[in-house]
Design a binder for this molecule. Structure first.
Ligand code: C2E
Ligand code: MG
Ligand code: MG
Ligand code: MG
Length: 266
């Protein structure tokens, strides 16, 4: 079964069935586009659109994650080049990849191929990337930063949240997990946690991003608490290249009208 699934995944990879979707990150104050997060999708010939939770863990187990990520990233760079105005791209890097000391060079070579400026690339990792071998992780992070890339701590507040992680790596950004954002308007505790995390991020000089913003009230509260950037269905769902192109064509330069952009079903 495992061999069969591995074969399925590697042949899907060879056929180019893994593609990048793009989700906007928006300045909570001005409504302007700050960049996009690249989220992998499997365009399956019979199952339709398959979400990462159904293929990332398996591709990590089978060692295909590196190739998958590079294929998706390379397509994302290509799209940016085609659009002519490269904006900041945030890309998720698995803890497995974050053990490989050649990662920074591999990413930088890929970006060079597509003339994508590394200063506009943000690497998102979760805290689990720091648990196994902190020394390697620190070395990789230092190389990424030296090459000009930014570093973001994803899903903050879940899992192994430890304040020590915030000082172990030179992060530029803190993403507050959507579980807090989605409950912050109805649970006082969640709101207080978000307020504390935003305060912590700001005092450390990090950009704070609220993930999973679905309602105007959540965006208003995040803004009120001093959070700078929002990401969520309110501003736009993850969308394929064609929808991104259309959105940029219509909405440039102010993307405050992104509200309601819908390209992925519930
Ligand atoms: P993530 O990096 O935390 O990405 C945010 C997830 O929240 C995405 O799920 C996105 O579609 C979803 N989301 C965004 N806004 C909203 C909202 O307003 N409401 C709700 N309910 N959800 C929202 P997705 O695309 O299913 O990705 C899940 C996870 O898979 C990602 O979490 C990331 O950890 C991982 N992933 C995705 N693409 C890649 C990739 O290329 N490489 C690696 N290693 N991991 C990836
Ligand atoms: Mg992410
Ligand atoms: Mg996240
Ligand atoms: Mg996540």
């Amino acid at each position: 079964m495992t061999r069969r699934r591995r074969l399925d995944l590697s042949s899907a990879l060879a056929r180019g069935e893994f593609v990048p979707y793009f989700q906007p990150l928006v300045d909570l104050r001005t409504g302007q586009l700050r960049g996009c997060e690249v989220l992998a999708r499997w365009v399956h010939p019979t199952k339709g659109l398959v979400l990462p939770d159904d293929f990332i863990p398996f591709s990590e187990e089978t060692g295909l994650i590196g190739a998958l990520c590079e294929s998706v990233l390379s397509q994302a760079f290509k799209t940016c080049a085609e659009l002519g105005a490269p904006f900041t791209l945030s890309v998720n890097i698995s803890p497995i990849q974050f053990r490989d000391c050649s990662l920074p060079e591999r990413i930088s070579r890929l970006a060079e191929e597509h003339q994508f400026p590394l200063g506009q690339l943000k690497i998102e990792i979760t805290e689990s990337a720091l648990l196994e071998n902190l020394v390697d992780a620190q070395c990789i992070a230092a190389k990424l930063k030296l090459l000009g890339m930014k570093l973001s701590l994803d899903d903050f507040g879940t899992g192994y949240s430890s304040l020590a992680h915030l000082q172990a790596l030179p992060f530029d950004e803190l993403k507050i997990d959507k579980s807090f954002v989605s409950s912050m308007c109805c649970r006082r505790e969640s709101m207080k946690i978000v307020a504390a995390v935003v305060g912590l991020g700001r005092s450390l000089g990090l950009t704070t991003v609220g993930e999973g913003v679905e309602e105007v009230a959540q965006a208003d509260m995040l803004r009120h608490l001093g959070c700078e950037v929002g990401q969520g269905w309110l501003y736009g769902r993850p969308m394929p290249k064609e929808a991104l192109t259309a959105m940029l064509g219509v909405e440039r330069p102010a993307l405050s009208g992104l509200v309601g952009t819908s390209s992925e079903p519930d």
